[in-house]
Design a binder for this molecule. Sequence first.
Ligand code: ADP
Ligand code: MG
Length: 441
Amino acid sequence: MRSGPARHGDGRRPRPVRDEFEHPGHVAEKPAVPVNIPKMDTPFSKLGLCDALAFTVQEKGYTEPTPIQVQAIPLILEGKDVIGSAQTGTGKTAAFALPIIQRLAGHGAMRCLILEPTRELALQVEEAFHKYAQFTDLRVTIVYGGVGYGKQTEDLRRGMDILAATPGRLLDHLEQRNCSLDKINILVLDEVDRMLDMGFLPDVRRIVQKCPADRQTLFFTATLPPEIEHLASWALRNPSKVEIGRKHSAADTISHCFYPVVASQKFDLLQLLLERTDFKSVLIFCRTRMGADRIAARLVQKGHSVGVMHSDRNQRERVEALDSFKSGKIEVLVATDIAARGLDIRGISHVINYDVPENAEDYVHRIGRTGRAHHTGEAFTLVTEDDVRDARSIERFIGASVERKKVEGFPYVYSALFDQKILDDAVPKTSTSRLHRGARR
Ligand code: ADP
Ligand code: MG
């Protein structure tokens, strides 16, 4: 499923449906009493970060900066344009948020804009900025679609230094003159690969054009397809490139395997996997919105506590599902690829691909929802006869073969799936065409 803003034939964005649900956003986390910041000598201060920021991350429990942080923080502090790419879950948010907070120093005008492809990511980044900026007087606010305009307009008028936004809603506010980008001197495009996938390129271009030419621009992304390099050559000036890790690999903290099964037994196998697995919380991916609803309903019938997240759910439902999942109130979240990228939910122990992703690259993003920052995770993928080609595409994409497993005691209906030799003969190994971006079904 590709969720993107619906468009009129002439490329204009449709007027958004007005939903008066107001998400409160996050509240600034300022200490009640002034905190004496000690002199810091940590791996973070060695990167050039001030005592307050080194202290903040220490309080958050970070002891070592991640590789992308080591490389990007000094460059951003120097004022350079940066293209940072690193696997998902490797701390890209702090890699830009910490040096930005240091550069902005204190409260003034709206000087930093961070664009995010989805509402949930915008909320996540807003929350991260609130945390990292707790010992400063910087103000952070957020605008995103699917909710009422009232509170956002008030927040914008009140003024802030850092704005996290999704592109469509920001353009609406700009049209209504609720804010202006005249003073932006740091522009961040986060999760750029996803932004382009979702069809936001025209909106992003319009926003970039409204920012002063004399600015620092930062791109952060998990993958670096040629389209991003192209956009970067237009939007960035002389950028430094920081690329961490093998382009396509998932983090080493994730163990993953395929479970071959015939289509008619998929749900039964899912049910057994859930029974046999000692999971804390599990994220299940389906290909379609309807599929996600159907699986969720069947899991509820089996007594699981389940939430659903996809683009047909309204914002209130999406926020509620995500909050209940984060707080542990529900143990299973069934989602489409809207949840595949960037979402950082602590403690997801398992990802199950009920459907093989349509695009090999999404596999890496989906399973990257577990095994984040030093935690370990497991990912299972159900593979039916129809998915054999896609499964092979995934293996080619990550450059490794994925172990096929069977669940002991499951009454498997026999299929050629279980006979590797028949499969090898049936599927020529050279069928790589679907790997290319854009060649999606
Ligand atoms: P990405 O944008 O690369 O997918 P995030 O910025 O969302 O990743 O970070 C993933 C998680 O890692 C977050 O929970 C964050 O708090 C944590 N994190 C970031 N930097 C560090 C660090 N240096 N040490 C430990 N945890 C970190
Ligand atoms: Mg991110």
